[in-house]
Design a protein around this ligand. Structure first.
Ligand code: ATP
Ligand code: MG
Length: 591
């Protein structure tokens, strides 16, 4: 099969439609179509067929509780939990909480909430910090076998003495300590007898190993006075990633340990440790491509900076690529799962165009959410030949694609309306089919109106349009079939609800926010217009009694979510989830 034929049709279309000027690798070459197996699932299917591990497939999602989960984690969650579900296996949620300096229970809680919100339930909830005793036993075992030693060099000296890819490292002067001395020192480290940084436990492998990671990697370090959010100050020695990770997998009976490509070189130490620790049928690591999304950053460290430096309102700011931010913005978990399936799992790193994500969001909402009429930039229209008084009710379709099932609603119409200021032009160009002086336009679900007069204030701003309407042009009227080129949305001025609308845009100006000039960092690539607040937009009154957290399509505008925390009984606030089309693609096309 050629690479091109592996691309699913949707993706192929998107790739063509949304190509932006910089050369971005789309997630195509290694991405299996949704219906055939990706390379990881192929391996798991084979494990099942051959009984390789002698147990059902077991995966885990291992976040460090030092920040909120982001879209990259969502990819890993969908993969790990998805495989467990598809192959009748299990998936643990394991907190990789081995660094007392950065972790917090607040993050544990947010991670649990986000995984469940995405639609997954873990088999077991585990904490690497519960394995400290077990890991310590393994440390003693390694020392006893002559496979680990206590090194008194500083981390700096250790780094310098590790050598380079082209030259061997220099063995530590402490490398040949006796087993007895090492055991005594290790016990002293655990008992808190030595200050931080004065000693580390290292594996004794090969200081000339071609894989730098295998040059006596660090296993345990002293953090004598640190406060761990679960273990308090009782525990004094903390495992490095390599020591904790594979062994935690092995302790839990994981079969395939899925991680991102930057850990490829760590696979050797993973295998060495589980073997030396004596596990039978130990898990093996498989690496897949990290998700990188255009116009955003997927790194907790960078996201934490955005929060701490006040560039966003918090981890759940709707502009953040966090799960919490997406939820707050109004994205549904279905869209995130669909997105994860669309991009698939690849063996090579690739940036994914944000348009692919936005497409998944629109696709999910399109069939799910009702339509309403709203006007973001209200311009008053007075229908001079319409009777004064209460007006009338017009019938409006809730879902244009399935009217019989989902029905209609009644929306008030009256002599005074608002239309969107962008739907009127005093001196329109040729192909402008909306309202302009002397021209006609159809009001959605209503009449055809004609602009007779433009009223301006002293400064020359347009403040009102005087129009006439044709009473025979509404549905059922003698002139109902009359054709005009444009249809626009409107709301009845005395009936409309005032609301605040928050228009969210890309958080960064650059597809790759790290692609900034020397001496600057990703912060300088922030998009100053990522949030535009419209304090006084107008929406039809039918939404007044819906629960906050309802989603709508504002016809011709986009998908919106009634803000769950900031809406008040007197004033709704709406978040724009996503526009109806990719406005940036249009700008690029225009040049
Ligand atoms: P970050 O750099 O954002 O802190 P991390 O890898 O340090 O990410 P962890 O909490 O250690 O964050 O990650 C938990 C799991 O999620 C790991 O298995 C990791 O491989 C996976 N993961 C993290 N980021 C991504 C990403 N961008 N794409 C795919 N998987 C990811
Ligand atoms: Mg990590």
């Amino acid at each position: 099969m050629t690479e091109a034929s592996l691309v699913s049709r949707t993706e192929a279309c998107l790739a063509v439609r949304f190509r932006h000027p910089s050369s971005v690798i789309r997630p195509v070459s290694d991405t299996a179509p949704t219906r055939s197996l990706d390379f990881i699932r192929e391996m798991v299917a084979e494990d099942v067929a051959t009984g390789r591990f002698g147990r059902a497939p077991a995966t885990r999602f291992p976040p460090e509780p030092n920040g909120f989960l982001h879209m990259g984690h969502a990819k890993s969650i969908c993969l790990n939990f998805g495989i467990a579900k598809e192959y009748g296996g299990s998936c643990n949620l394991r907190f990789d909480d081995t660094n007392p300096l950065t972790e917090d229970v607040r993050y544990v809680d947010s991670i649990k909430r986000d995984v469940q919100w995405l639609g997954f339930q873990w088999t077991n909830e585990y904490y690497a910090s519960d394995y400290f005793e077990k890991l310590y036993e393994i440390a003693e075992l390694l020392v006893t076998k002559g496979k680990a030693y206590v090194d008194d060099q500083t981390e700096e000296q250790i780094r310098t003495n590790r050598g380079t890819v082209t030259s061997a490292g220099t063995p530590s002067p402490w490398r040949d300590r006796s087993v007895e001395e090492n055991l005594t020192l290790l016990r002293g480290m655990k008992a808190g007898e030595f200050p931080d940084g004065s000693k580390v436990l290292r594996a004794k492998i090969d200081m000339a190993h071609p894989n730098m990671i295998m040059r006596d990697p660090l296993l345990l370090r002293i953090r004598r006075d640190a406060h761990h959010y679960r273990r308090g100050t009782e525990w004094k020695i903390f495992p490095f990633y390599d020591f904790a990770h594979g062994l935690s997998d092995a302790i839990e009976g994981i079969t395939r340990s899925l991680c991102t490509l930057e850990f490829k070189d760590n696979r050797e130490i993973y295998d060495w440790l589980v073997r030396e620790a004596g596990f039978e049928n130990p898990p093996t690591q498989i690496e897949f491509a990290r998700l990188e999304l255009d116009y955003t950053v997927l790194s907790k460290r960078k996201l934490l900076r955005l929060v701490n430096e006040g560039h966003v309102k918090g981890w759940d700011d709707p502009r953040m690529p966090t799960i919490a931010g997406m939820r707050r913005r109004g994205v549904r978990p279905e869209a995130i799962r669909d997105f994860a399936e669309t991009i698939g799992v690849a063996r090579k790193d690739a940036r994914v165009e944000i348009a692919i994500f936005e497409h998944a969001v629109r696709n999910d909402l399109n069939m799910e959410v009702p339509r309403v009429l709203a006007v973001l930039k209200p311009l008053k229209v007075v229908l001079t030949n319409y009777p004064e008084g209460p007006g009338e009710m017009l019938e409006a379709q809730n879902y244009p694609h399935d009217v019989p099932k989902t029905g209609t609603r009644q929306i008030p119409f009256s002599r005074e309306l608002y239309i969107d200021a962008d739907d009127f032009m005093e001196n329109p160009p040729k192909k402008f089919f909306r309202l302009s002086p002397g021209n006609e336009v159809r009001l959605r679900f209503g009449y055809i109106i004609k602009c007779e007069e433009v009223i301006k204030d002293a400064a020359g701003n347009i403040v009102e349009l005087r129009c006439t309407y044709d009473p025979e042009t509404k549905s059922g009227g003698a002139n109902a079939g009359k054709k005009v080129k444009g249809t626009i949305q409107w709301v009845s001025a005395p009936h409309a609800l005032s609301c605040e609308v928050r228009l969210y845009d890309r958080l960064f100006k650059l597809p790759d926010p790290d692609d900034v000039p020397e001496g600057q960092d990703f912060i300088s690539a922030l998009n100053p217009d990522s949030l535009v607040i419209i304090p006084d937009a107008k929406v039809e009154p039918t939404v007044a009694n819906d629960a906050v957290g309802s989603r709508y399509q504002f016809e011709r505008v986009g998908y919106f979510y009634s803000e769950p925390e900031d809406s008040t009984p007197g004033k709704l606030v709406f978040n724009r989830i996503v526009g109806l089309r990719d406005s940036w693609a249009k700008e690029v096309a225009k040049g």
